[in-house]
Design a protein around this ligand. Structure first.
Ligand code: OOG
Ligand code: NI
Length: 482
């Protein structure tokens, strides 16, 4: 008998995203409003801009696209998350240190689990920003709190052993048979539901005084989705529509400003965390009901991935915006200042970004494109479309003549400053931090050791895509592109 057909990992991932969205929509009804408004924004954008609207992602991908955020309490839990998400074809990419990126107390380091393959991203790009509490960071936790935190976290079980075993099986087989797939999805989704188990009031309050994020992680018996984020093609429009519905958004859109030039990296905004009923265990052992505000709604618009040079420029411009904003007259917004700075320093077109080496692009030989002429000598004219030429041609000439077409590579990752801004804007209390103490050092390598597999550097992934497209174009044209 033939083996039963397996549900491939990409389909598990797509179904996981839908299943989490259903759960979260039930738990946080405002999320459903956000998704509805996002869909309307995207439909109107496509109606207005035609084919151009889908330059940074097909409407079907963008409509289905989500990222989630979760928070865990220890290296052991982080390693389990990695195992679980591997089952869905989601791998760790990028290192983010939120401890220094925020003025408030956010004692976590993070990575994002996502598909890394171009085809896998196209099938379903679901990603989860995952933060780990750094319990031994003395700037936040004294020895006693650290010890109590670590034993509290060690005593809980976030993921059913069966969920982890099924994840391993999905990796080994490249998918799961029908019944296994159902069970895997059910268990994995349930891991991220808001727990109804009572929260120890005094312990939660102790942590909350240090950091609301620490309390949300180490003060409760389970993990949960912190937010799920739909993607829109026009975040300014989304912001205006949500505000018109009376939903209070955070004061600004994080990341690059909206302007007439190419969209780069990532723009994000959110609505404030909403009060949710939770059960508490009081000091005398009685159970009371209370509420917590930790879960919120976020939305994002994705732009072109920047090269290292582009990213350095972005950081310089961001600092320049800060400087000018500090000196600007009262009432000037960050976005206004940023748009000016952008116009002064960033190329106004995609081709400009590509030629300046600031953005990542996939280069494709134009369909039926004209044979290019080389700057150095002549192109040997062979027969047929696979004609082999000699010499080298400048990328700019190939783009100008239309022989090559540049397609933007979309930024699939996150921005530490925006992430810190999102964390921070949803904290009601600054928390406390003792900067006289030494922090625990963390970087991509050290977090990789925790996760148990190497965390990919996002830049390497984009650079490899661009390089592969150039190599393919060179082979097709029989030229060296310089
Ligand atoms: C994660 C915040 C970061 C983003 O989109 O930048 C994030 C969190 O609040 O747990 O999700
Ligand atoms: Ni987020």
């Amino acid at each position: 008998d033939p083996a039963p057909a397996l549900v491939p990992q990409w389909e598990l991932r797509a179904r996981f995203a839908v299943s989490l969205a259903t759960l979260y929509g039930r738990e946080v009804p405002a999320y459903t409003t956000l998704v509805d408004v996002s869909r309307a924004v995207n439909e109107d954008f496509v109606a207005e801009h035609g084919a151009d609207a889908e330059r940074l992602g097909s409407i079907s991908r963008v409509t289905a696209e989500r990222h989630g955020a979760i928070r865990v309490g220890s290296p052991a839990e982080m390693a389990q998350v990695a195992r679980l998400f591997a089952g869905f074809g989601m791998h760790p990419v990028g290192f983010y240190d939120l401890r220094d990126a925020s003025a408030s107390s956010v004692p976590v380091v993070s990575t994002a689990f996502r598909p890394t393959d171009v085809d896998e991203l196209a099938r379903n790009p679901f990603r989860v920003f995952t933060s780990m509490l750094v319990t031994d960071d003395r700037r936040f936790f004294d020895a006693e709190t650290q010890e109590r935190l670590e034993s509290f976290v060690a005593a809980r079980e976030l993921f059913a052993p069966d969920a982890l075993a099924l994840a391993d099986l999905a990796v080994a087989q490249g998918g799961l048979a029908g019944a296994d797939a159902e069970r895997f999805l059910e268990l994995a989704t349930a891991s991220f539901a808001l727990s109804t188990e009572p929260i120890d009031r005094a312990w939660y309050a102790h942590l909350e005084a240090i950091s609301a994020v620490a309390a949300d992680i180490g003060g409760v018996p389970a993990t949960h989705i912190n937010h799920l984020t739909p993607r829109v093609l026009d975040i300014d429009d989304l912001y205006a529509r949500m505000s018109a519905l009376g939903i209070t958004m955070i004061p600004e859109i994080q990341g690059p400003p909206g302007w007439e030039g190419p969209d780069v990296l990532l723009r994000q905004t959110s609505f404030k965390a909403l009060a949710e009923p939770r059960a508490f265990r009081e000091a005398d052992g009685t159970i009371s009901s209370g509420e917590l505000r930790v879960r919120f709604g976020e939305v994002e618009q994705r732009g072109i991935a920047l090269t290292t040079a582009g990213r350095d420029l972005y950081d310089t411009l961001t600092a320049e915006v800060d400087r000018r904003l500090a000196a600007a007259p009262e009432g000037t917004t960050r976005v206004e200042v940023a748009a000016d700075v952008w116009r002064e320093h960033l190329p106004a077109t995609e081709t400009g970004l590509a030629l300046a080496g600031l953005g990542f692009f996939r280069f494709r030989v134009a369909d039926g494109g004209a044979r290019p002429s080389t700057g150095s000598g002549s192109v040997a004219t062979g027969s047929g479309s696979a004609a082999t030429g000699t010499g080298s041609v400048a990328l700019g000439d190939l783009l100008a003549s239309g022989a090559l077409v540049a397609e933007p590579i979309v930024y699939e990752d996150f921005l530490p400053r925006s992430a810190a801004g999102i964390f921070q804007s949803n904290l009601t209390d600054e928390g406390s931090r003792d900067d006289e103490q030494l922090g625990t050092p963390y970087d991509l390598e050290r977090l990789s050791a925790v996760v148990g597999i190497p965390i990919a550097d996002p830049n390497d992934l984009y650079a490899a895509q661009q390089a592969a497209s150039l190599a393919e174009a060179e082979a097709a044209l029989g030229l060296t592109i310089r």
